[in-house]
Design a protein around this ligand. Structure first.
Ligand SMILES: [Zn+2]
Length: 94
């Protein structure tokens, strides 16, 4: 049986798990026709799994009193324009 993690080791582990889940979520966003970008119907099971993992590790970090990692939020174009550019379609309603 392995040794228990120290609080610092657990914090680093939990932060990696959260950041990994956030990175995975970047590839699972709304796409055309109501599908996830991965091609699965929404709600995508990968999104649900990642969100559950993030909630789990954030709750554990709160128990050990660690500051929780925050995601850098970048301003995005409206999804209509973004989709139109990606698929070479004319933008509608912009
Ligand atoms: Zn997906």
């Amino acid at each position: 049986m392995g040794r228990a993690l120290t609080a610092e080791q657990f914090e680093a582990y939990a932060r990696r798990q959260i950041n990994t889940a956030l990175d995975i979520l970047d590839h699972h966003h709304d796409d055309l026709f109501g599908l996830c970008a991965c091609g699965r119907p929404r709600p995508c099971s990968v999104v649900a799994t990642c969100q559950a993992a993030i909630a789990h590790y954030r709750a554990k970090l709160a128990l050990v009193g660690a500051t929780q990692p925050m995601r850098t939020v970048m301003r995005q174009q409206s999804s209509t324009v973004h989709r139109a550019e990606r698929f070479g379609l004319p933008a509608i309603g912009t």
